[in-house]
Write a protein of this length. Structure first.
Length: 136
């Protein structure tokens, strides 16, 4: 049992580490920790929100996508790390009253993480994404 605890500690210290330490958002980029973000999609403006704010790892988050007028049968959100590989978190989105909604839990690591949330129809990217920073 003690070996398992040591193994978990080693993974957290070294398994999550990466040489890319820059995780600041680009100038002009929306911060999902502070507000909902609006992304241009052709002629449309798509609003992306995650709640509750500020965002925290290992806490259930409610994802809402507003402004997609088209009917998507298999809309998904993919969330993946930009400054290190934490795998891809996938969430199915369901349309309710003109808004696509879903729930996610974002992975935790000992370092500050920069993630990208990207929308897909089945396995094809829609070209809609927003980056966000997750503090631990």
């Amino acid at each position: 049992m003690r070996f398992f605890g040591i193994l978990v500690a080693v993974f957290l210290l070294f398994g999550c580490s990466d040489s890319k330490k820059e995780v600041n958002l680009q100038n002009g980029e929306c911060d999902l920790n502070l507000q909902n973000c609006v992304v241009k999609f052709g002629e449309k403006s798509v609003e992306i929100s995650l709640e509750p704010k500020p965002l925290r790892s290992m806490v259930p988050l409610s994802l809402r996508i507003n402004g997609l007028d088209d009917e998507y049968k298999n809309l998904k959100a993919h969330i993946y790390g930009l400054n290190m590989d934490m795998g891809t978190i996938k969430a199915d989105l369901i349309k309710k009253g003109g808004v696509y909604i879903g729930n996610i839990v974002v992975s935790s690591c000992v370092t500050t993480m920069k993630y990208r949330l990207e929308l897909f129809e089945s396995d094809k990217s829609l070209g809609i994404s927003v980056d966000f920073v997750l503090e631990n």
